[in-house]
Design a protein around this ligand. Structure first.
Ligand SMILES: Cc1cc2nc3c(=O)[nH]c(=O)nc-3n(C[C@H](O)[C@H](O)[C@H](O)COP(=O)(O)OP(=O)(O)OC[C@H]3O[C@@H](n4cnc5c(N)ncnc54)[C@H](O)[C@@H]3O)c2cc1C
Length: 432
């Protein structure tokens, strides 16, 4: 009883703050009872992310148990008199507040304990996964059937909806394309609170919009992901196809799961030393092949002086493996482009070195250098603060991106933490 009164109070506050037209009893009848929280520890968690560079406090946190729950909440936001924003949060592994929202509700997609578990079709080789499912749990389910997704991220404690809203890349992307090129079908709750199934055949515009769409067009509640037979160990099969001098071989051969889950092992080590929960001013760039040597001269040898802390990833990808109808952007020129990822942590050296400022300044210098040298890089997991920068980022795709926004999220209530569009309602309640 006391819990019910507390919840009613929380919802009343939400309604007063955002001017929702529904009264608390009606909202309770919508069936969100028990899933909406204003508990300070929930609100605190949803206010931050892995990057640790920005914070925004939501009014409440919502933990859905089904796609219908998500639909009810988004529809309430869409239909409310003054509006409130809604941001899906996967595992909160963004760098720059992309899953945060002030004056709105964060939907914690990855913490609903009773969301549907992954369902595998061995015959058709796909898995249906909840949008908040972590890739590690998708992998565990598919391995029970001897199958595994084709395309990966290097780190598996990321949500299906979170990576599909970006692209989802790793060393395999040159071969299979990014994760967004390996999805057959999605269930999506649009910014109008409609739950739609979409694929290349059904609602294709929504399908393409949502893939790499930075959460702007809808909330992914289910993804049908392509599978292949899971290799047991990788190395012998791969080496068999190559010519090489045997004495020069250096390999690390691991069971497939250990290979895929390798970054988590590093995470556990860093956590035990207290080195995980520090700011992470990461920078991820796509660099066209024809300019990678200029990038090397200007950035690695120039700005970074051939030395830097933290892991650096560099690998090539093929543009034809990326569906240009999706919302992602790749460099305009060249079939081949490289991911260059500077994954640095701001570890303060006894308070004397302002590591965060130093690394952030270096990132800015790198972007300025690319601009001045006319190296047409594209940011992966992009972060911009003005609409002009976003227009520049999307280039020819900007018109289509805005057209899709008008169609699927006309009140601009979704994923405002990306800072692409301002919500359509009163600036007093706008979330950025
Ligand atoms: C340690 C680490 C390793 C990483 N490794 C890789 C890698 O190898 N490859 C790679 O591609 N990326 C990698 N990333 C980046 C990662 O893909 C992105 O940060 C991604 O956004 C994180 O997923 P998340 O589930 O935490 O999403 P969040 O950070 O919670 O959300 C990201 C964005 O997606 C939106 N969103 C979340 N869920 C949904 C949904 N269900 N429907 C619609 N929109 C949604 C949010 O509103 C937000 O705008 C890594 C990040 C970290 C911290």
């Amino acid at each position: 009883m006391a819990a019910k009164m507390l919840l009613s109070f929380a919802i009343c506050r939400l309604i007063v703050t955002v001017g929702l037209t529904l009264n608390p009893v009606e909202l309770l009848r919508l069936g969100v009872d028990g899933r909406l929280s204003q508990d300070p520890s929930d609100v605190k968690r949803a206010s931050g992310d892995f990057g640790g560079l920005s914070r925004a406090e939501p009014l409440a946190v919502f933990r859905p148990e089904s796609a219908e729950d998500v639909t009810r909440l988004v529809r309430a936001a869409y239909e409310s008199a003054h509006g409130f924003t809604v941001s899906a949060r996967g595992h909160g592994h963004s760098i720059n507040g992309q899953a945060q929202t002030a004056n709105g509700v964060v939907i914690e997609m990855s913490s609903g304990k009773r969301a549907p578990p992954p369902w595998v079709s061995e015959k058709s080789r796909f898995v249906d996964a909840w949008g908040g499912e972590l890739w590690i749990d998708v992998l565990k389910s598919t391995l029970e059937h001897g199958l595994a997704p084709k395309s990966w991220t290097d780190y598996l404690y990321l949500s299906v909806g979170g990576t599909l809203s970006n692209a989802g890349i790793s060393g395999q992307a040159f071969n299979h394309g990014p994760q967004i090129s390996n999805v057959y079908e999605l269930d999506v709750v649009t910014g109008k609170g409609e739950l739609l199934t979409c694929s290349e055949e059904q609602n294709p515009e929504l399908f393409q919009a949502v893939l790499g769409g930075l959460g702007q067009f809808g909330i992914i509640t289910r993804a049908r992901i392509a599978l292949e037979p899971a290799p047991q160990r990788e190395v012998d099969a791969l080496m068999g196809k190559l010519n090489f001098i045997p004495a020069t071989v250096f390999t690390t051969d691991l069971p497939y799961v250990d290979f895929l889950d390798r970054v988590h092992k590093a995470e556990l080590k860093l956590r035990s030393k207290g080195l995980w929960e520090v700011p992470h001013p990461w920078l991820n760039l796509f660099v066209p092949k024809s300019r990678i040597a200029d990038f090397d001269r200007g950035v690695f040898k120039g700005i970074l002086g051939n030395k830097t802390s933290g892991p650096i990833l560099i690998y090539p990808m093929n543009k034809h493996k990326w569906d240009q109808r999706s919302s992602t952007v790749t460099p305009d020129e060249d079939e081949v482009f490289y991911l260059v990822a500077l994954l640095r942590s701001a570890l303060d050296n006894g308070g004397e070195t302002h590591a965060l400022k130093y690394l952030s300044d270096q990132n800015r210098k790198i972007l300025r250098f690319c601009n001045d040298a006319k190296i047409n890089i594209k940011q992966y997991l992009p972060h911009y603060t003005t609409q002009e920068e976003w227009m520049d980022h999307f280039g020819d795709k900007w018109a289509l991106f805005t057209q899709r926004k008008i169609e699927f999220d006309p009140r601009r209530i979704l994923a405002t933490g990306q800072r692409i569009f301002k919500p359509s309602f009163s600036p007093n309640t706008a979330s950025w």
